[in-house]
Design a binder for this molecule. Structure first.
Ligand SMILES: Nc1ncnc2c1ncn2[C@@H]1O[C@H](COP(=O)(O)OP(=O)(O)OP(=O)(O)O)[C@@H](O)[C@H]1O
Length: 672
């Protein structure tokens, strides 16, 4: 840095920060005032409500968090200097004081380099402590100076202790991440990245970026973030609001398809089969096989008239509607409307008058038309279709012929069919079948953009459920094949992309790790050859960090050893997590409690407790400064893809990892 008078310069920047905060405050006051008077100016109740909603959103978007810097960088271009920050701030004359990080001009902040300066003479990064500007760092690109990942401010940001929910990374997005964040709305992309390479961060920032660039369009169609579980969703839930985006839907795949309550269970084999893409074709056949060939005429009495439609034209109506390839219930409505149309034509011919709306509605419901529809194109619900398929061996055999073996069909059939659709005890896997059936029956909402995190665990049928919700939009798929723990986890992204209906999406790797220290990555990487996937190894940017392997003599000593590690970790700043096989979680939590250390659950990101005890099966996507893994052999033994689970568990640590074990370490870790 070669600034003539650092103090004066810093004072000037602080002044600009104070002024910008004040200007943002005035922008918020104006929005607030409009919000307060909105009801008086809007004509009717509906417009008033719409306006009120827009304005209250606007007020929320303009919220200022005093703990985060309003701007974090400055670009000196030929055309002048711009501060780059979380949102646009303008002075009372409308002149920019802070430029939104997503504005086209801000792009150079992330991408400019000595080789390609993009008009930038100097790039300045600011250091902050709790929203107070404390330092800055200049790169004079025009003089060939470039810090890259050696930036002190970037390093401090990456190494800062993690407490509470996930934070945004707008100040330090790296060039290869920025390329993904700013990809076109029409581009569907798949990011394969090792643990901690910023996939989640990239996905969330991409959502914010797209909303900025295509605000109106995406407000109408919506942006959806799909994550693996509710603990993960609450961990990431603060990022988009901090970026001023308060209106993005976040859901797990299960939330998305939750049409029926889950009250039943499956064998592992049946669940696997229900997530198999062959089931889509079986369901399709079961549904369309219901359509019958009209053999009888329809006769309708209408006052003194009698109308008749012969089987032949009825057959034509049904065949035509079938060929149109519409969702089943839309097709049914078509058939109904066309049959009424045929009646209408007869009536017009005979009476010389056009019948009114009431007549058309009545004809659609008369018994002969209803009876015809019930045989030719029967009504059905998604739940009804699934119940029928899983209860009726003959229907299943007919629908699955040449697709499922007899054994597979047997595996699917309910041992005791429910008495009615209402009393059916659907399993979690049945819900994907019900969703597939829904997609066959009716049109589903398609979002403008869908971000899917931890996508390696999507089953083909879950991928199809997401495909239906992004049919007219694009997707960002984020994941790591090495972290696939579901029985149907993907081995190749091309398969998942095909099921998602985006077979041509680019698969882009991210390899620089921002979370896990190099010593810990080296340990976790020992598992990679045993995981059976072809992925690039992570390269950690972090040289700090500690790893301790603690062997105890007896299983009975394990909890005490974990307690020692937790106590030691509490001497340092940052969050502490004990991660264990699910079955050991209650025991460990009780042990800590007896020792006077209350532990939070992972759902509770706002909890004041510094220690969290986390079941291995829900730790995916989360991170903690100090991680204590209790008995890795139990984590591996708990499930078929236990080694993959252990890989996930070991890569949650930001600063320190302690592995406490009484049993021998799992094979790949034991070899030193
Ligand atoms: N450019 C960056 N600057 C600062 N911190 C970053 C950057 N990129 C990522 N991080 C931080 O690194 C950590 C890991 O990021 P993130 O959770 O997005 O990784 P991931 O690839 O989704 O990991 P996993 O595979 O474990 O789910 C987070 O704390 C994130 O804030």
């Amino acid at each position: 840095m070669t600034t003539p008078d650092l103090d004066t310069e810093l004072a000037a920047e602080r002044h600009h920060l104070t002024e910008s905060r004040a200007a943002l405050g005035r922008m918020r006051d104006r929005a607030q005032a409009l919000f307060a008077t909105g009801e008086n100016v809007a004509g009717d109740a509906y417009t008033a409500e719409q306006l009120g909603r827009t304005l209250s959103k606007r007020v929320a978007e303009l919220a200022d968090n005093p703990d985060t810097p309003l701007f974090f960088g400055r670009l000196d271009l030929d055309a002048g200097a711009y501060h780059v920050g979380r949102r646009h701030v303008t002075d009372d004359a409308g002149e920019p004081m802070v430029l939104d990080w997503r504005a086209p001009l801000s792009r150079a902040f992330y991408r400019a380099s000595v080789r390609d300066p993009q008009g930038v003479a100097t790039r300045r990064r600011f250091g902050f402590v709790k929203g107070e500007l404390t330092s800055f760092e200049d790169e004079h690109l025009d003089r060939g100076e470039e810090l890259g990942t050696n930036s002190r401010i970037l390093t401090a940001e990456i190494e800062r202790p993690r407490v509470g929910p996930m934070r945004d990374i707008v100040a330090t997005i790296q060039p290869e991440q920025d390329e993904l964040v700013r990809a076109e709305l029409t581009d569907s992309i798949c990011v394969q990245g090792a643990p901690g390479t910023g996939k989640t961060a990239v996905g969330l920032h991409r959502a914010a970026y797209l909303l900025y660039l295509h605000r109106e369009r995406l407000r109408r169609s919506g942006v959806l973030i799909v994550g693996p579980n509710s603990a993960f969703l609450s961990y990431i839930s603060a990022v988009l609001p901090a970026l001023g985006e308060v209106e993005v839907a976040q859901a797990t795949v299960d939330d998305l398809i939750a049409r029926v309550p889950v009250r039943g269970t499956d064998t592992a084999a049946a669940a696997l089969l229900k997530h198999d893409p062959r089931m889509a074709e079986v369901l399709r056949r079961a549904l369309w096989g219901r359509i019958g060939k009209p053999t009888e005429a329809i006769m309708v009495s209408d006052g003194s008239y009698r109308w008749r439609i012969d089987p032949e034209p009825l057959r034509r109506v049904v065949d035509e509607a079938r060929r149109e390839g519409l969702p089943y219930l839309v097709g049914r409505e078509r058939v109904q409307a066309r049959v009424v149309g045929l009646l209408q034509r007869q009536s017009e011919y005979r009476t010389g008058n056009s019948p009114g709306e009431g007549w058309l509605r009545r004809m659609a419901k008369v018994a002969p038309v209803r009876d015809f529809l019930e045989t030719a194109w029967p009504a059905v619900t998604p739940e009804g279709l699934v119940v029928a398929l899983l209860s009726d061996a003959e229907l299943l055999a007919r629908s699955a012929e040449g697709i499922l073996t007899a054994d597979e069909q047997q595996e699917l059939l309910w041992a005791r069919p429910p008495r009615s659709v209402k009393t059916a005890k659907f399993s979690a896997a049945d819900t994907v079948l019900v969703d597939e059936a829904t997609g066959l029956l009716e049109r589903q909402q398609s979002f403008g953009h869908v971000v899917v995190d931890e996508a390696q665990d999507l089953s083909p049928m879950q991928a199809r459920a997401i495909a239906r919700r992004s049919e007219h939009g694009s997707i960002t798929l984020l994941g790591d094949l090495a972290q696939g723990t579901a029985p149907w986890a993907a081995a190749d992204w091309r398969d998942t992309l095909a099921h998602l209906g985006k077979p041509d999406a680019a698969v882009v790797p991210l390899t620089t790790g921002f979370r896990v220290p190099a010593v810990v990555v080296a340990l976790a990487n020992r598992l990679l050859p045993a995981l059976g996937v072809d992925v690039p190894e992570a390269v950690s940017l972090r040289r700090d960090g500690d790893l301790a392997i603690v062997a105890v003599a007896e299983p009975a000593d394990l909890d005490a050893a974990v307690l020692v590690e937790v106590t030691a970790a509490l001497d340092h700043e940052g969050s502490v997590a004990v991660i264990a096989a699910d079955a050991a979680v209650d025991r460990l939590r009780a042990h800590l409690k007896t020792a006077g250390i209350p532990a939070a659950t992972p759902d509770d990101v706002e909890s004041g407790a510094r220690v969290t005890v986390v079941p291995a099966t829900i730790v995916k996507g989360l991170e903690y400064d100090h991680v204590i893994v209790a008995e890795p052999a139990d984590i591996v033994a708990a499930e078929p893809r236990g080694l993959h689970r252990l890989y996930v568990v070991l890569t949650r640590a930001v600063s320190r990892l302690s592995v406490v074990h009484a049993q021998p370490l799992p094979q790949p870790l034991a070899t030193t």
